[in-house]
Design a binder for this molecule. Structure first.
Ligand SMILES: Cc1cc2nc3c(=O)[nH]c(=O)nc-3n(C[C@H](O)[C@H](O)[C@H](O)COP(=O)(O)OP(=O)(O)OC[C@H]3O[C@@H](n4cnc5c(N)ncnc54)[C@H](O)[C@@H]3O)c2cc1C
Length: 579
């Protein structure tokens, strides 16, 4: 099928700049026009009121605005800055405060940047170009445009998914693509474009269809068929042997793969869902070292995946580890549906999954309005609708903040009486600034709808009264459970299921829990050669950077274990250490 004529938005997206000083404005206009004029409409305003009027007109014309750069952040309509004004009309727009070189040293400027960042009004500051070409300036602008393109999905991509917007299966596929960092666009099956594409391929809209840029068409694909189609490996050969098998490709597993492969070990990574784990569902990780503007979890995971891959690690995507058995000098892992792999060491990096609400009528609507966690995919589907988020922790706060960009209204439902203990202060402030309604002492006890969520039932714990209210999306972030149910009983866990490692093995399991004369290494579990890192390990700090750190340091323990056993390397001939 020739899809070269497919264009979701035939008009150029807009880059809008407001700059109050004529000389500076001319320089910004020249730099932007020269570099981006071909593909974007570059519009310039001298004042914030002029810029606001232009945004209003662009919104009325149905245009897409990709980027707003402005040097004036004072309120534009009595209450909000130009940036908040822009985000309100264009939820995916990227926004940068233009500052002069060196101005960050000025206290007033620094305070303004910090305030605008903390309240989510800007994505970052941008140093105004003072020479042409100014590649630092262009690097920032290009990153903004790339992020906008990914978030908005408004341009044709390598992969196009067509289907019913609120179907559970469509949700699964979109989530898999988004978490895997695959550039894709979504076309609702009931839109004009959707009907055209479905008819062209002789399809009905009650099953999802995937179009690939090379003309291939997948009808109602399984997860494995979808990831195979975009070129990743899902196969586990019979009788695979590796120095190290890593179970789970979240931040901890990816880090272990990078360090092990770079140090010459042969590595296989098993991942049952999508690369990135929980981090892949985070729209913006703000506290990972080195990414001052933040980075989307999917982007971070993709970079780590490519890094592990170029060091020689192999991956089996959509393959789940279902059993672990010690077998002499080797450890044997069962991989669904019918494979076994042998390894000299195993790193468990299976993380945690979201705790369920336990309300049967809402479980039945999982994927059709009820979601565990929150990613950009569902947020966009809730444009101009009513959303509720359940939970009082930072991830619930982040999800509510993200949803507030799209939804007509967002309520954060918290069982406790206060957020002070569970949520960071900056998030509480950002929620207030974004207009999220925080409702304390509220529990979700029911809900329903015809095929999709339409309403939820809430219990006010203080008064004992129950009310029903409309809801188009319920996002549940009420904590997590470790994914360890598949491990043998001899691998000790605490009462919540987190894997015991190091000193905890002897302290809680006693001498009989450990077969060797030496004590377990710090990340070693109760079976020698099996290690646990990241969120699945008892006592770990639940952060991306600590998961990455544990994934890196565990490899020295893996080396020590392999050295101690002195069995021949399982590395394929020719594999050389890269240091
Ligand atoms: C919405 C959200 C926002 C967050 N934001 C931040 C943030 O801003 N900053 C921060 O520092 N932290 C943040 N976190 C926490 C952070 O994402 C986690 O601490 C981190 O992802 C833990 O990494 P991990 O590799 O240990 O586990 P996970 O990320 O949970 O990854 C585990 C992986 O193992 C796979 N797996 C599980 N069982 C099996 C099996 N049997 N076989 C094969 N594969 C399996 C899973 O599919 C998953 O991909 C956030 C979390 C969430 C949910």
């Amino acid at each position: 099928m020739d899809r070269s004529d497919q264009s979701v938005n035939p008009l150029k997206p807009v880059i809008l700049t407001q700059c109050g000083v004529p000389d500076r404005r001319r320089m910004v206009e020249r730099e932007l026009g020269r570099r981006y004029g071909q593909d974007y409409d570059v519009l310039i305003a001298s004042s914030r009121s002029e810029a606001a009027a232009m945004l209003e007109a662009l919104s009325a014309d149905g245009r897409a605005v990709a980027l707003v750069l402005a040097d004036d952040a004072t309120p534009v309509d009595g209450a909000t800055s130009l940036f908040a004004f822009a985000r309100h009309r264009f939820p995916d727009v990227r926004r940068g405060l233009l500052i002069e070189w060196g101005e960050w040293a000025d206290r007033q400027c620094a305070t303004s940047v910090l305030h605008l960042m903390a309240t989510g009004q800007i994505d970052y500051y941008v140093i105004r170009p003072w020479r042409g070409p100014d590649e630092y300036f262009h690097r920032t602008v290009t990153e903004f445009l790339l992020e906008w393109e990914r978030a908005s999905g408004s341009r044709p991509h390598e992969v196009t998914l067509v289907g019913a917007p609120r179907s559970a299966r469509v949700h699964d596929l979109r989530s898999l693509l988004a978490r895997g960092g695959v550039p894709h666009s979504f076309v609702p099956g009931d839109s004009e474009e959707g009907r055209r594409l479905l008819a062209q391929n002789d399809m009905r809209d009650d099953v999802p269809m995937v179009l690939l840029h090379d003309g291939r068409v997948l009808r109602d694909p399984t997860n494995t068929e979808l990831v195979q189609a975009y070129g990743v490996d899902t196969e586990v050969a019979a009788l695979v042997e590796r120095d190290l098998v890593v179970v789970g490709a979240g931040p901890a597993g990816l880090s272990a793969a990078v360090y092990a492969a770079s140090e010459g070990l042969s590595v296989l990574v098993l991942e049952s869902e999508a690369i990135g784990g929980q981090a892949g569902s985070s729209s913006l990780i703000r506290n990972y070292l080195g990414f001052a503007r933040g980075i989307s979890g999917a982007e971070l995971a993709q970079r780590a995946y490519q890094q592990a891959w170029v060091f020689g690690a192999t991956f089996a995507h959509t393959r789940e580890a279902t059993g672990l058995h010690p077998g002499g000098d080797r450890l044997i892992l069962d991989v669904a549906p019918d494979r076994q792999v042998h390894a000299r060491a195993v790193v468990l990096a299976t993380g945690v999954s979201y705790r369920r609400l336990g309300v049967p009528e809402l479980e039945a609507l999982f994927g059709a309005g009820v979601y565990y966690g929150a990613s950009g995919v569902e947020a966009q589907a809730l444009r101009d609708r009513v959303a509720h988020v359940v939970g009082g922790g930072n991830s619930a706060g982040q999800a509510a903040l993200h949803l507030a960009r799209y939804a007509k209204s967002v309520s954060l439902l918290v069982r406790a009486e206060s957020l002070a203990e569970s949520m960071s202060r900056y998030l509480i402030d950002a929620l207030a600034a974004a207009g999220v309604q925080v409702r304390m002492g509220i529990e979700v006890v029911g809900g329903g709808g015809h095929g999709n969520l339409e309403h939820i039932r809430l219990l006010d714990r203080r008064t004992g009264t129950e009310t029903t209210e409309p809801s188009d999306g319920l996002f549940v972030l009420i904590g997590a459970e470790p994914r360890t149910g598949w491990l043998p009983e001899t691998l000790l866990r605490d009462r919540w299921g987190y894997v015991l490692t190091g000193e905890d093995v002897l302290a809680e399991g006693g001498r009989r829990a450990w077969p060797l004369n030496r004590p377990p290494r710090p990340h070693e579990a109760s079976i020698p050669g099996v290690f646990a890192v990241g969120d699945v390990r008892r006592g770990s700090v639940k952060r991306v950077s600590s998961a990455v750190g544990e994934g890196a340091v565990v490899i020295s323990e893996v080396h020590a274990h392999i050295g101690e056993r002195a069995v021949p390397s399982l590395a394929p001939a020719g594999a050389r250490p890269v240091r």
